[in-house]
Design a protein around this ligand. Structure first.
Ligand SMILES: Nc1ncnc2c1ncn2[C@@H]1O[C@H](COP(=O)(O)OP(=O)(O)OP(=O)(O)O)[C@@H](O)[C@H]1O
Length: 983
């Protein structure tokens, strides 16, 4: 009885294919007091069947991952395959710092423009004939039975009365294409789908649509409205109510949402790729030849699916026997999944697994391949597999188009989404594009309609790339447009508005000359132990010019590691202090705050007498309460001219008397949101202080109610144009050269086996004997049982001290107390310790010019950009420095070797992105605090961003309030509603 009730409950819940639920069930199954193993197995089978649970793989995989975390570490490391990514996405530019000037009027036109010469443009299909209509099997899978209409569907159809039922029955015919389907649909009554459409739309839909022979012309004229993209998905032809609900439950409420569900990659159904290298990322289409679940031992089992793929034979490498007359040969991909645990070795379970893959199914497989001992056989351990269509259908893609592979969402299967999206694309109105024609023409962009067709049903890879470019352009364009529009809204007169746009169009190059600097700034400059580089000097000039203005500066100072940003910011602070105001300098770590504080004190000490001498304070989370109270009082009273600290500077109780500049170091660590908070916090606190001062008849500044200037500093080597996206409302200053005399750091990558370590230790000893100082960087502090292969800083202290007797070793990591960290760094800086074992806490800003060597343990655990930052800790003095990257596996060496070749932060940032593999270039969201760009990869799409910025300026130059572009304004308010509300 209990058993029957339980099954009943499950069947009620069978639609919920969620891990949690399945996990619970499995637990229950285990706990259940079923007498014999075979009963238990039967029970398991029933549970699975009833649930139609399709997440067993993931469930088991996650369990496997937990149990064996790190068992195959080397698999997680991608190999460098820029050429493949580059081939797939020609618009990706991999190179040095782009020569694009931010506010230059001479906008760089990308290479795409050439691609889009008049003729090639003509070639783009205005529709996507050739794309298949809905697969009847999938219809049945999703609620439309192949013989009869689904009940809910038929009820609506009967209700509406005048539907041509041939629409659905016709769609059952195999190998029919949408053009034909749509012709068949001529008599289709659009009012059927108007239920959920807005009233206005309803009126527009009321008349019958006469559909011409082109698929695009099936869209009623009345639908060609601005709001089309935001209409309900119920306007998609042939969508049942059930499907509609399914989609809406997963967040696809509007056509826009659906159309913006982009393919994560495309499969080349012809497998045109020649030659397969070991370790290569492969996307291939083939037929399932076998699927078997194997119980290897009491607690270990695996699933092996063999897929046979016809590929173009590389005749140069093979004998005549391998390659048939058509130049094709078959390769065999063995997809393997391993399971540990007794519950995964039962026969019913293995049968369920193996039956999930039907023999003969045509599938698209992607993942990294490894050659097996038998020729033309490859193994794939981490893979994705998508069933394309059933094996009988030989006309998958008659024209050899790239086949879109969609990510699933909220339980909706990729194939289902592909079909629905195909219908949505067909229903898409021609004139959905709110961008003015002049803009699309000038910037060589696809029409929005064609871009959606191109991304979802591309004719070839180039079309997909062009489509992607247009969609990325839009993301950037509306962001820029919104920001500039908002700024213009805040200005009263036409002149001010023109002035603002001008400022963004052409930078004032003639920076203020040094004579106008205040004497404090000049004195500090004079006392520096070096001369500023020319780009440091022009950076200071540019900033000081802004500081003299009665409008708050919002500027980003950007430059590669070790280029000398700090001193530029110090000079800016002196300028403000010299004029009788205060400065705040916020950094992300206490270590850095202390370093900057001591650095500035040293510089001021060396400076010739200046009256009054600026008073500098350090305020961090570790500042004793009593002392911090005194500092806060000093700041409020104006007795302290400058405070350096961590984010405690933005805490409620810190108030300034006359704050004029806020320097925010390492912008990326704080994020855009914190920047905003800091900005307003400073504004309000300084404002409230001034109000208080005014009411108490105290001394007040003439321009007292101005918000402070903000100078953000970033060492992250982001392209100039990327900076624009992140800091669209900011001006940008770049330091492009390094201080003279810097010798590039020699980098070498070594495998971290015993021989590799010996080699590294030998180099260390040479360095120490010749007076050098060495950082040893570790991925973790303590040794962990789960990841025994990782070297740990604390654990290694003794080993290294033993090995390098006579040279003191220090330890530095994030779990140490603040004063212990300061002390460790001080001892290393002074030379008391010659070896510093550290975690990545030193990554940001730590400056020890005499450190001359860095050895990074388990270097594959770090990203390329991160290693570049770490490496920037050495090579800051006159001594030639070395950086040794010890990799755990040979396969990760390839990736790291890019650091041997280049020390250009821009190049490495781009390479880092491409190294993550071509598979996730599409459809991956930016993480963290960046604005979300569904398909743009900021670092590589910088050129598009620059054009979007210029286009936004152009549009607003033509019409400040966008009145001339109502469609654009409507689109902007859809995308950024807060922007138009003045938020
Ligand atoms: N013009 C210069 N000539 C020689 N040395 C300089 C010059 N400018 C700065 N330096 C020195 O170079 C080192 C690095 O400077 P700084 O710490 O300001 O770099 P940074 O750009 O902030 O680097 P990071 O991004 O790594 O923090 C410091 O020791 C500094 O004293």
């Amino acid at each position: 009885m209990r058993f029957t009730n339980y099954l009943l409950n499950i069947s009620r819940l069978c639609s919920r294919s969620k891990h949690k639920f399945a996990e619970k069930l499995l637990d229950v199954v285990n706990k259940y007091n079923v007498p014999s193993i075979s009963d238990k197995s039967k029970f398991l089978t029933k549970v699975s069947v009833l649930m139609e649970y399709d997440g067993f793989h993931e469930l088991i995989e996650s369990e496997k991952a937990e149990k064996q975390s790190g068992w195959d570490l080397k698999d997680s490391v991608e190999e460098f395959d820029v050429s493949l990514a580059r081939k797939k996405f020609p618009s990706i530019v991999l190179g040095n710092s782009p020569p694009v000037e931010l506010y230059d009027e001479t906008t760089q036109q990308s290479e795409m423009k050439n691609l889009l010469s008049a003729e090639s443009y003509k070639e783009f299909p205005s529709d996507s004939l050739g794309q298949k209509w809905v697969d009847p099997d999938d219809l049945s899978e999703h609620g439309i039975s192949s013989g009869t209409r689904p009940s809910e569907n038929s009820s609506i159809l009967e209700e509406k009365g005048n539907v041509n039922a041939s629409v659905i029955s016709e769609s059952r015919d195999e190998n029919t294409f949408i053009s034909k389907e749509l012709k068949e649909e001529n008599a289709y009554d659009w009012t059927l789908y108007s239920e959920d459409v807005t009233l206005g739309m309803q009126e527009k839909l009321d008349h019958k649509v006469s559909i011409e022979d082109s698929s695009k012309q099936m869209v009623p004229d009345s639908l060609l409205s601005d709001a089309f993209l935001d209409t309900s998905i119920s306007c998609i032809p042939g969508l049942s109510k059930r499907q509609c609900h399914q989609l809406e439950n997963c967040g696809f409420h509007t056509l826009r949402k659906l159309l913006n569900h982009f393919p994560r990659t495309y499969a080349d159904l012809q497998n045109a790729q020649v030659g397969i290298d070991d370790g290569q990322y492969l996307i291939s289409v083939g037929r399932i030849l076998s699927s078997r679940g194997v119980r290897a031992s009491y607690s270990f089992s695996f699933l092996e699916v063999v897929v046979g793929c016809e590929v173009a034979g590389d005749e140069s490498q093979h004998t005549i026997d391998d390659v048939d007359s058509a130049g094709k040969k078959t390769i065999y991909l063995h997809l393997k999944q391993f399971f540990r645990g007794t519950r995964f070795t039962s026969q019913p379970f293995l049968r369920i697994l193996q039956n999930k893959h039907k023999l003969g199914d045509i599938v698209c497989v992607s993942g990294k391949v490894r050659s097996m001992s038998t020729k033309d056989h490859y193994e794939m351990r981490e893979y994705s597999i998508d069933v394309l269509k059933d094996g009988e259908d030989s006309s998958l893609c008659p024209e050899g188009r790239p086949y879109p592979i969609y990510p699933s969402k909220g339980g909706l299967k990729p194939n289902f989404l592909r079909d629905i999206i195909a219908r949505a694309v067909q229903a898409l109105a021609l004139d959905v594009d709110p961008l003015p024609k002049e803009i699309t023409q000038e910037f060589g962009l696809l029409h929005l309609h064609d871009a959606y067709v191109g991304i979802h049903q591309p004719k070839d890879a180039q079309e997909a790339d062009l489509a992607r470019r247009r969609l990325i352009f839009d993301e950037f364009f509306y962001l820029q447009l919104g920001r500039l529009f908002q700024m213009l809204e805040g200005l009263a007169t036409q002149m001010e508005k023109d002035g603002l746009l001008d400022k963004y169009r052409k930078p004032e190059l003639n920076a203020m000359c040094m004579e106008n600097w205040c004497s404090l700034t000049k004195k500090l400059l004079k006392s520096l132990p070096y001369s500023l580089t020319s780009s440091q000097l022009s950076a200071v000039s540019e900033i000081i010019r802004d500081l003299k203005r009665p409008v708050p500066m919002n500027r980003l100072l950007q430059g590669d590691v070790g280029c000398g940003k700090t001193v530029v910011a110090f000079l800016a602070c002196m300028e403000v202090i010299g004029s009788g105001y205060q400065a705040a300098f916020m950094v992300p770590t206490e270590l850095l705050a202390v370093q900057h504080y001591e650095h500035l004190l040293n510089l001021l000490e060396a400076m010739e007498e200046h009256q009054p001498k600026p008073s500098i304070a350090l305020l961090t989370g570790s500042t004793p309460l009593k002392q911090s109270r005194v500092i806060r009082k000093g700041l409020q009273a104006g007795e302290i001219s400058m405070v350096i600290g961590t984010h405690s500077l933005i805490s409620e109780n810190v108030e300034f008397s006359a704050l004029r500049i806020a320097v925010v170091d390492e912008q990326h660590r704080f994020g855009v949101i914190q920047r905003g908070r800091f900005n307003s916090k400073l504004y309000y606190s300084s404002l409230s202080s001034r109000i208080a001062a005014a009411s108490s008849d105290g001394p007040s500044k003439s321009d007292g109610n101005m918000a402070p200037h903000v100078l953000a500093m970033s060492a992250t080597p982001i392209p100039r144009t990327l900076a624009l996206a992140l800091y669209g409302d900011m001006s940008l200053t770049q330091i492009t050269d390094l201080p003279p005399g810097r010798i590039p750091v020699e980098t070498c990558c070594i495998i971290g086996n015993s021989q590799g370590f010996e080699e590294a230790y030998k180099m260390m000893l040479d360095e120490l004997e010749t007076g050098g100082r060495v950082y040893l960087v570790y991925p973790v502090i303590e040794q962990s049982e789960q990841l025994p292969q990782l070297r740990a800083a604390s654990a290694d202290l003794e080993v290294i001290s033993d090995r390098f007797q006579g040279y003191n070793c220090g330890l530095l990591h994030g779990r140490m107390k603040s004063d212990e960290k300061d002390e460790a760094l001080r001892r290393f800086r002074s030379g008391e310790t010659r070896i510093l074992l550290s975690t990545q806490v030193i990554e940001v800003g730590v400056d020890v010019p005499d450190a001359s060597m860095m050895v990074v343990m388990n270097a594959e655990r770090f990203g390329i950009a991160q290693l570049h930052q770490l490496r920037g800790r050495v090579g800051r003095g006159a001594r030639k420095s070395k950086c040794i990257l010890l990799a755990s596996t040979a396969s990760s060496l390839n990736r790291l070797k890019v650091l041997e070749k280049s020390s250009d932060g821009f190049y490495l940032a781009n390479a880092d992105l491409l190294l993550r593999g071509p598979g996730d270039l599409l459809g991956k969201r930016q993480s963290g605090h960046l604005p979300e760009f569904p398909i743009a990869r900021l670092e590589i799409d910088g050129n598009i961003l620059q054009e979007a910025h210029t286009a936004a300026l152009k549009v607003l130059g033509d019409s400040h309030d966008l009145e001339r572009f109502p469609a654009l304004k409507a689109e902007l308010s859809m995308r950024q509603p807060l922007c138009l509300l003045g938020d």
